[in-house]
Write a protein that binds this ligand. Structure first.
Ligand code: KIV
Length: 273
């Protein structure tokens, strides 16, 4: 018997599927998400990847940084988002200090992948983090790395600033990107780096590179959901766009974002460094 629901169902977005999208030059649309209702909206809009980001500390909890976010809080939101998704790949952020050694990282993976429904974990940094990535990947916990502006390093960086502007910083970032791929990361988020550097990293790596404030040359884009709906208090970051303005509703705004990313119309020149 014809089953309309099954006929219109999306194919699950898997890690090999994202890899194939990079290979075919198809842009990947990713958004942060923190609850089941928005997750269902992302699913309906055809978003490829949902990220339970530790940005929830700022946009949901109203804190000044992501540093106070706990593993328990990420677990709570990941389980909620998982209930709203079907085909969309779900990534959970590892919060500050939750991957300080392999034992803690393994505990976090058991919780977020084993119990809460995440399909991948995201963690910030290169260098020593590569050992953690390799350990998780060897235990079937897929990892997305995060380089450039890494908000958990806000104190060392001296604020939320564009990274990799100087030639030596750009070379270090490229070396870190190679290292996280070598360690086994299946994806890389690049935040707030000059567009030409991000394009160079994207062309160098085999894994999908997802930009936020990193220009149109990446394999895909991610935005903080509340930024792209224009509801985050304060000034919107230069690299974001209010997709709700003029869209007529949340679901139309999400679809407009997916279409703009897939069609290479977002980010535009004014959204990049
Ligand atoms: O926590 C988060 O939302 C993130 C995105 C900005 C990529 O890491």
């Amino acid at each position: 018997m014809y089953n309309e629901a099954a006929a219109t169902a999306r194919k699950p977005v898997t890690i090999p599927a994202l890899q194939a999208m990079k290979a075919h030059g198809e842009k990947i649309a990713m958004l942060t998400c923190y609850d089941a209702s928005f997750a269902a909206q992302l699913e309906a809009a055809g978003v490829d990847v949902a990220l339970v980001g530790d940005s929830l500390g700022m946009v949901v909890q109203g804190r000044r940084s992501t540093l106070p976010v706990t593993l328990e809080e990420i677990a709570y939101h990941t389980a909620a988002v998982a209930r709203g998704l079907e085909a969309t790949l779900l990534i959970a952020d590892l919060p500050y200090m939750s991957y300080r050694d392999v034992a803690h990282a393994r505990e976090a993976a058991a919780r977020l992948i084993g119990q809460c429904g995440a399909g991948m974990l995201k963690l910030e940094g290169g260098g020593w983090v590569c050992g953690i990535i390799a350990d998780l990947v060897a235990r079937e916990a897929p990892v997305c790395a995060h380089l450039g502006l890494t908000p958990q390093a806000v104190h060392r960086l001296g604020g939320y600033r564009v990274q990799g502007r100087e030639p030596d910083a750009a070379e270090r970032l490229l070396a870190d990107a190679r290292a996280v791929q070598e360690a086994g990361a299946a994806m890389l988020v690049l935040e707030a780096v000059p567009a030409p550097l991000a394009a160079r990293v994207t062309a160098t790596l085999n894994i999908p590179v997802i930009g936020i404030g990193a220009g149109a040359g990446c394999d895909g884009q991610v935005l903080v959901l509340y930024d792209m709906l224009g509801i985050t208090p304060g000034k919107r970051p230069k690299f974001s766009r209010d997709f709700l303005a003029g869209a007529g509703g949340v679901s139309a705004a999400l679809k407009a974002y997916v279409d703009a990313v897939r069609g290479g119309r977002f980010p535009a020149a004014e959204h990049q460094y």
